[in-house]
Ligand binder design. Structure first.
Ligand SMILES: Nc1ncnc2c1ncn2[C@@H]1O[C@H](COP(=O)(O)OP(=O)(O)OP(=O)(O)O)[C@@H](O)[C@H]1O
Length: 894
């Protein structure tokens, strides 16, 4: 039992010792862990004690970094804002007063806001504080800093005025407390009507007027097409209305009506360029109102609380007055011309129009910026232009011709132009020495024709002939109008013709045959030309010109298109005085025969200066068809040359047997449209001799010279005789030059030998049969030989032989072309005052009065209407003429 017990004890003991051992081991482990934990605790405690110190440092570092970044950002933003502000408000809108000057925004460029000060931003560069006004809205000022507010008003107005074209801003001042004193510097604008002061009781009227302007602009200018003038300007590049800025500086409480009107202006003004700058009168809330509160030391701009702003000083008083004076003088001098290119289509559109139904082209800009059109067609068919000298008639004609020529090709439109005033400006339409180009539509340019009214007549006759040709063609095709003719004859050449006659009254002056025929032709052309596409444009600076027409109401009635330049009289209808108030470079265009309701005012661009015109002409000239010929230039001051005359060039030697109609002697250039030559046929028929009458040596020699040379051109060498007798030493050089050029066909006679010529020629005529060689006797100053010829030689005197030659010669191919220095002298040579003159079948009168040519030399009584003038002659051939024909002798041959 004990054993069992001891065994038990031993086992228990063993177990206990085992447990103890394990416990001890665990205890040791626990103690180690405890030590480690304690050490960790110490470490942690130590570490924990260091944390707040580190975190604070980091936070401070971060804060400093943010501050730096913030400051840099603000500086950067301020810099960008300043740059943007400069872009938005360049030049006059923001420049500092020290170097400020007026500088209008470019065409189509918005005027933008203007600077009133700088934003107050600490540590950043100054950023301009901009306030929108023109085309944008209204400005309301309040606060106790009166000077600051005055400075803002001055800045807004001066910058606004300087940023717009001169005259494009109109100011209205209402300053009942200081009676305009606040705007005194701007007073010079008043001289140009750009500043109007409204008296203390006038606010209501001013507001009524502004509201009315807004209504009108909305209705007639924007007309539903544009939302604002700003939009219109951006789309068209034009600004048809000025900006109207009303500056309202305090006053009494507004009446109900005034308040209502003010509200209307605030709401609707900005779109119509009507703006308010107001102090001391409340303005309603509206997005277009910028509010500026100026308190001493604290100014703010924009919706409350507003941006803090440092206001600029006011513009220096001298700068304001000088600028306003300059603007006023520019406006008083008239608006700058609009560019001529405004009248032209873009180059790719040139010559694209069809003239079948009429010709339409703009002539200038109307008050609303729209082009004013001129039309010529069935209605209105013809135009009358009037304006005193220097008002721009010539320029207007250039502008109109240019606008038409750029639209219609030469196949659609032809011009004929005649200028009865002194000057050569129209010569540039034709080819010149300086400029080889010409206007391809121009068929004829007549300049320096003031003494050659016949040229005007020639043009009218030419047009009358063209009218007949058109009327015949129309009849053949059974149509009545040009448009119809063109439709049935699409390959025909039926351009519309515009004939411009400047100072046309010259043509109608006097009571002679020229004036009568011209008036008749004009009337016929005016009446029937309309349907055949022939349009007349008559211009005159002189009221007498118009009066010359007024005597013919039927003629005037056809000129339904009237164009009156400033101060033109009697162009418009009687009670229509619109032209009297026209500014420079404007015209009243009226297609209703001048009745007031047809008035349209157009601003005419400058078209006539050399460069402007040349640019267009060169462009059109380069577009010309290959076979285009230059316009005929008739210059009344120029002397034509025989060698250039088309009729002379066309002459060729005849065969051995001359044609029965005989050769022709060319005597000079006819005053006509085609530069034809006056020609005298010399068939074998009685009377085919020529007398040149008058004392002018050069002209007489020129006529005989041209006659001889043209005859010589029709005969082969050796087949004609030219006997030249020169009896006036002054004529010697010319006669001798002719003699030398005719070489072997010519023989020379002088005072000594001329009787031999007469005797020999007369003797030849006595022989039977017709001589086969034509013989031309060219007798220079034949009357000087009268003494010699009076002496009998053989059976008869030289004079008798001369009479015989004159009488019998032509039928036997012997013709006398003789110059007598007076009609009486010729009569003496022909046998005395009562002698017959029918052997003188043709004559050219130089300085011989028409009356002297009466009776036997000219049909009817009293002689032709002929007033001698230098380098002109009157040619009459009784075989073909009813009336005399003015000729220009050809200049000396080279
Ligand atoms: N619309 C215009 N814009 C700018 N300048 C113009 C305009 N019209 C005319 N001028 C200028 O005015 C001057 C006179 O014009 P123009 O010669 O056309 O007048 P006019 O009435 O034909 O005078 P005149 O009959 O004496 O010749 C010219 O120097 C011309 O360049």
């Amino acid at each position: 039992m004990a054993d069992l017990r001891s065994q038990l004890v031993t086992r228990v003991r063993g177990m206990l010792s085992e447990a103890l051992g394990a416990t001890r081991t665990r205890l040791a482990g626990a103690e180690t862990e405890l030590t480690a934990a304690r050490e960790r605790l110490v470490r942690v405690r130590r570490a924990a004690a260091a944390v707040p110190q580190r975190v604070g440092a980091e936070r401070d570092r971060r804060l400093a970094e943010i501050d730096d970044r913030h400051a840099a950002r603000i500086a950067e933003l301020a810099r960008r804002a300043a740059t943007a502000a400069l872009r938005e408000a360049p030049g006059a809108a923001s420049a500092s007063w020290t170097d400020w000057r007026a500088a209008p925004a470019g065409r189509g460029e918005p005027v933008g806001p203007v600077r009133v000060g700088t934003l107050r931003i600490a540590g950043a560069e100054p950023v301009p504080a901009l306030v929108p006004l023109l085309d944008a809205g209204h400005v309301h000022l309040s606060g106790g800093d009166r000077d600051g507010a005055d400075a803002v008003v001055g800045a807004l107005l001066l910058r606004g005025v300087g940023r717009a074209d001169p005259g494009a801003v109109r100011l209205y001042g209402y300053d009942p407390e200081h009676l305009g004193g606040g705007l005194a510097g701007f007073a010079p604008l008043g001289t140009a009507g750009l500043l109007t002061f409204v008296g203390p009781g006038g606010l209501g009227r001013l507001l009524d007027d502004l509201v009315e302007q807004i209504r009108r602009i909305n209705e007639t200018v924007l007309a539903g097409e544009y939302a604002s003038l700003r939009e219109l300007a951006a789309a068209t590049g034009r600004r048809p209305e000025p900006w109207r800025v009303a500056v309202l500086l305090g006053g009494d409480e507004l009446s109900r009506h005034e308040r209502g009107q003010l509200d209307r202006v605030v709401r609707a003004g900005a779109a119509c360029g009507v703006h308010l700058v107001v102090r001391g009168i409340p303005l309603p809330e509206d997005p277009t109102v910028t509010r500026i509160v100026a308190e001493p030391g604290d100014a703010r701009v924009g919706a409350p609380p507003g941006l803090p702003v440092r206001l600029d000083p006011p513009p220096p008083a001298t700068l304001v007055t000088e600028t306003c004076r300059e603007i006023a003088s520019r406006v008083n001098a008239g608006p700058p011309p609009t560019p001529f290119t405004d009248l032209l289509p873009p180059p790719e559109q040139m010559w694209k129009e069809d003239s079948a139904h009429g010709l339409t082209a703009p002539i200038g800009e109307g008050p609303h910026g729209r082009p004013v059109l001129l039309t010529l067609g069935d209605y209105p068919p013809h135009a009358l232009i009037g304006g005193p000298s220097g008002t721009g008639k010539t320029n207007l004609i250039f502008a109109w011709i240019g606008a038409l020529a750029a639209r219609y090709s030469p196949a659609e439109l032809e011009f004929y132009l005649l200028d009865f005033k002194e000057g050569v400006s129209f010569a540039r339409f034709a080819q010149g020495r300086r400029d080889p180009s010409w206007l391809p539509h121009m068929r004829l340019v007549g300049i320096n024709v003031n003494t050659d009214r016949e040229f005007g007549l020639a043009l009218l006759r030419f047009l009358a002939e063209e009218l007949r040709r058109r009327a015949d063609a129309a009849k053949k095709h059974e149509v009545t109008k040009l448009a119809e003719l063109r439709a049935v004859d699409p390959t025909g050449h039926w351009p519309r013709i515009v004939a411009v006659v400047d100072e046309f009254q010259a043509l109608l002056a006097g009571r002679d045959v020229v004036a009568r025929e011209a008036a008749d032709l004009l009337e016929d052309l005016a009446r029937r030309g309309r349907s055949q596409g022939i349009h007349l444009v008559l211009a005159s600076q002189d009221v007498r010109g118009i009066e010359a027409l007024w005597g013919r109401p039927a003629l005037v009635a056809q000129f339904t298109l009237r164009i009156a330049l400033p101060k033109a009289l009697r162009i418009l209808a009687e009670r229509n005085d619109a032209a009297q108030a026209l500014p420079r470079h404007h015209a009243v265009v009226n297609a209703e025969s001048g009745m007031t309701e047809g008035n349209q005012v157009a601003r005419i661009p400058s078209a006539s200066d050399w460069e402007t015109w040349s640019e267009l002409q060169h462009r059109l000239w380069r577009m010309r068809p290959q076979d285009a010929a230059p316009a005929r230039l008739f210059d009344g001051d120029a002397v034509p040359r025989l060698v250039d005359a088309p009729d002379y060039r066309a002459l060729t030697p005849q065969g051995d047997t001359p044609p029965p109609r005989g050769p022709v002697a060319l005597l000079g250039e006819i005053i006509d449209v085609q530069a034809r030559s006056a020609s005298l046929r010399l068939p074998r028929a009685p009377g085919r001799n020529l007398a040149v009458l008058g004392t002018r040596v050069d002209e007489a020699c020129a006529v005989l010279d041209a006659a001889a040379r043209s005859l010589a051109r029709q005969h082969r060498p050796g087949t004609a005789r030219f006997s030249i007798a020169c009896l006036d030493p002054d004529a010697d050089p010319a006669a001798r030059a002719l003699y030398e050029d005719l070489a072997d066909d010519a023989a020379w006679y002088d005072e000594e030998t001329v009787p031999e010529l007469m005797a020999e020629t007369a003797e030849t005529l006595g022989r039977p049969g017709t001589p086969s060689t034509p013989h031309y006797l060219l007798l220079f100053a034949v009357d000087a030989a009268a003494g010699r010829l009076a002496a009998p030689a053989g059976g008869r005197s030289g004079l008798e032989q001369l009479r015989r030659i004159l009488h019998d010669g032509p039928e036997r191919r012997t013709h006398v072309l003789a110059w007598w220095r007076g009609i009486a002298r010729m009569r003496v040579d022909l046998g005395g005052p009562a002698a017959r003159t029918d052997q003188i079948g043709a004559w050219v009168a130089l300085d011989v009065q028409g009356a002297e040519l009466g009776s036997s030399l000219y049909p009817g009584t009293g002689g032709p209407d002929w007033y001698p003038r230098p380098w002109r002659g009157l040619f009459f051939d009784r075989a073909v003429h009813r009336t005399g024909q003015v000729i220009i002798p050809y200049g000396p041959s080279p």
